[in-house]
Unconditional design. Sequence first.
Length: 642
Amino acid sequence: MWRFALIITLLLPGLVPAAGNGEQPGRGSPLPPAYAGLDYRLPKAGSYRLPPLEEAADGDVLDLDGTWLRLHDLYGDKHVLLSFIYTRCHDAEGCPLSTFVFHQIKRMMQQDQALAENLRLVSISFDPERDTPATMARYAENFSNAGPEGEWRFLTTASPERLQPILEAYGQDIQRKLTADGKATAFSHILRVFLIDRQKRIRNIYSVAFLHPGLVVNDVRTLMMEAKSGKEVPGRTTGHAALSGPGDDRHDYERPDYRTRARALTARKGKPADLVSLVRDPPLGLPPVPVPTMNPVTREKVALGRDLFYDRRLSLNNTFSCAMCHIPEQGFTSNELATAVGIEGRSVRRNAPTIYNSAYLPLLFHDGREENLEQQIWGPLLARNEMGNPSVGAVLSKIRTTGDYATRFRKVFGERGLTMDTLGMAIAAYERTLVSGDSPFDRWHYGGDENALSEAAKRGYRLFTGKAECAGCHVIGERWSLFTDHSLRNTGVGYRESMGNTPEHQRVQLAPGLYAEVDRKIIESVGEPPPPDLGRYEVTQDPTDRWKYRVPSLRNVALTAPYMHNGSLPTLESVVAFYNAGGVPNPELDPLIHPLGLSKSEQADLVAFLESLTGSNVNLLVSDAFAAPVGDVGSDAPRDGR
């Protein structure tokens, strides 16, 4: 049966002219471009960039002769096209489509030696119970130069259980229809084909609407040209594995082909972690986690706080959770928004700070207006432009009648149950576990591993502690480092925003790559005027505190773009350039801020050092976050109490 399905698929392009309009005969819907052809001209290979999306996961698979392989070993130093199929699929827009496209690309490889030498095709079955190595070997016989020695590899796994981690890591959702004895009789899946570069990073994901051999090969040749030029796009994936993906630092946001790195809810699949162990035994480079005696960290309390953190029902209209500003896969901040946006699209004037290592901070928020995590949570819960709740009582009443929260609070806090205090204690307990260290810097500086840090990062370290004077505020200790002195300082960013003159016409970005010049009066007539922001002055009313903001920790800084209290600097390169220029002069400018005289190469080295501060357990924390329920209206099923 599978041979018949494949033959029909290979003949489909020849049947297209009979339809006369690019539609599937009898179905009235357009054929996929792989069958009907593209209705636009492809750009020239190498005239565009494919930003890295995330790391391509590794995993154990079976070759046609039953030999176990690791995916990364199979990928080798080639570019890879990866698809998930099963041999019994008969959907012309499913597995046969990806196989047809691979067959067409294989023909192109036979005519182009450079393409053949640089590209490998990989098809993995997601029906290992029926698609044994022997079955896949028979399937591969239909294609020239396929099999163990060819450049089109057909693979399977030993069982659905061995396959599932690979599917989850690639975000390939598969729904199985099972018999009474648990055997899969049919599969429902969304076609996804992955383009993976030589550094084992996913550079594109093709759906039915974009899967065309010409388009795919164009992308492959673009990567080949990039590699040949020696200017391969650097990956910003330090500390991230396949589950989390790289932080979205808004590189190329101005380009029409910009693609978000944010994960859809359907792709947010993770595994609960032992977070309490991170508090008891912090990663290398971090001091003991300060835990208040009145709020000891327990597994039950952390599990409760974690579920509350991701529950959208804690907002006024059941649409907004803490995690919608502090997005796990974006460094527990929001990479795509300079300043946060609350319920109903209400503007927030400041950037969402990361909550990595917030357990160590004696002052919270950009202006330092709170002093502990237990109290901090009430600001966002009650702010009209964040979660929008009208009062403390309204929040507690809502939680008390939502799901099994009332029972869980009594289990964790005894007779106290749910109160203003215990709600803060539960969420704070979870936030206190998000400690991240053991970065390449830590392994080099504290662990003595000379190979843990690149030469550029080592030069950057010498600049950081010397000529650039960064360590004056971002302190490095003898046994551990938080990379902050916890002070509040005026760098001139707030002053510039408050005092800057607004031009008559403003360039407004409507979408990635799309801009318009808009008259200032039009903007003012429809938009809310920017709220004033005087920083620490709003807390102390001391004029010398104008435009002072908290010095942030630099741990995981490569993951937490954009930067500064207002998100005005999109990249680490722009941050270094800002300080190299001496900030923005103003009457209260911090005396440590002055021009640095760094060369371009020195600035690049400094960025390399900053990128070395990403903790090794980031993926663990993101995976744990993905395992938490998001909390929908009507979704009151009890949680498992992890």
